[in-house]
Ligand binder design. Structure first.
Ligand SMILES: NC(=O)c1ccc[n+]([C@@H]2O[C@H](COP(=O)([O-])OP(=O)(O)OC[C@H]3O[C@@H](n4cnc5c(N)ncnc54)[C@H](OP(=O)(O)O)[C@@H]3O)[C@@H](O)[C@H]2O)c1
Length: 280
């Protein structure tokens, strides 16, 4: 269990990843994006999650550069994730997509590169390319996103390198127990996307009631619940006060009863697409 914003989990290949990071989905290129990344770094965040399809890797790169300088820290102090998009799943295509992402971010290496979605018939070849890049030390760790158990099983039949991470939609309305148990058994760390259900859970009465007890916001209660569930999490905000708020979760502890009450909010409902039924 992490004690502060910079605490890390050791992934199955020995690489250390911060438990809590900043997501930047749906943030367009421009000053708001650059400032969000800079602000997060200034307030102690050490992990940033982007993707090729977000179309914002250049601004993320600029925010990283400015943020590192202002904080007086180096590239090695930061953990940067990007993801290969569906159209680029293939051996040569994935190698090329990686180079494009790296160039846009203006970095020499990535800490984590993920297959964004498990497009049937395509992710195996992409994984080979990820393994090549990993062996070339251009990526410190490789993983997947939106993989169900059967996708992971199929990937691992041929894989030389096991994924370190499965980044999945996870929040109190979608607790993914079976998939989490499978990942735990196989030493694949689960990472939550849309941990705040894109804002849809913030008026939930159970979460508000629990928050009141600790003088914490609903967002803070959810993020704390992620961490106590041993799930890496990357809430997104571009607002300084919320960036600070979302990281102020290390000074209270949910009881076992509260953890269970929050998990009982599960309805298996998604804000994003179903990984077994998407057409992009
Ligand atoms: N792998 C995948 O397929 C996938 C899919 C989706 C997302 N992701 C990753 O996961 C990250 C997080 O998911 P997400 O961006 O979809 O949603 P999220 O983090 O669940 O929610 C973000 C929304 O909540 C608001 N918010 C954030 N903190 C708040 C607070 N303390 N109080 C009130 N509102 C708050 C944000 O608004 P403001 O910005 O206005 O504060 C934004 O509208 C993404 O940014 C992305 O990096 C990955």
């Amino acid at each position: 269990m992490p004690n502060n914003l910079q605490d890390t989990i050791t992934l199955n290949n020995g690489v250390k990843m911060p438990w809590l990071g900043l997501g930047v989905f749906q943030v367009e290129e421009g000053p708001e994006l650059v400032n969000a990344v800079k602000t997060a770094i200034a307030h102690g965040y050490r992990s940033i999650d982007t993707a090729a399809i977000y179309g914002n890797e250049e601004g993320v790169g600029q925010g990283i550069k400015e943020g590192l300088k202002a904080a007086g820290i180096t590239r090695e102090d930061l953990f940067v994730t990007s993801k290969v998009w569906n159209a680029d799943l293939g051996y040569e295509e994935t190698l090329a997509a990686f180079e494009t992402s790296l160039k846009k971010l203006d970095l020499d290496y990535l800490d984590l590169y993920l297959i964004h979605w498990p497009v049937e018939g395509k992710y195996q070849a992409a994984w080979k390319a990820m393994e090549t890049l990993y062996h070339q030390r251009k990526i410190r760790a490789i993983g997947v996103s939106n993989f169900q158990v059967h996708h992971l099983e199929s990937l691992m039949e041929q894989a030389e390198v096991k994924p370190v991470i499965n980044q999945i939609e996870f929040h109190p309305r979608l607790t993914q127990l079976e998939l989490r148990n499978y990942c735990r058994e196989h030493d694949i760390q689960v990472e939550a996307w849309s941990p705040l259900m894109q804002g849809q859970l913030l008026n939930n009465e159970v979460l508000q009631e629990i928050g009141k007890k600790y003088n914490k916001s609903t967002a803070q209660v959810i993020i704390r619940w992620d961490l106590q569930n041993e799930i890496v999490t990357i809430p997104k905000s571009t607002k300084e006060q919320r960036i600070i708020e979302n990281a102020s979760v290390f000074d209270f502890e949910l009881t076992e009863v509260e953890m269970k009450r929050i998990s009982a909010l599960n309805q298996d409902t998604r804000v994003g697409p179903d990984p077994d039924n998407f057409d992009f």
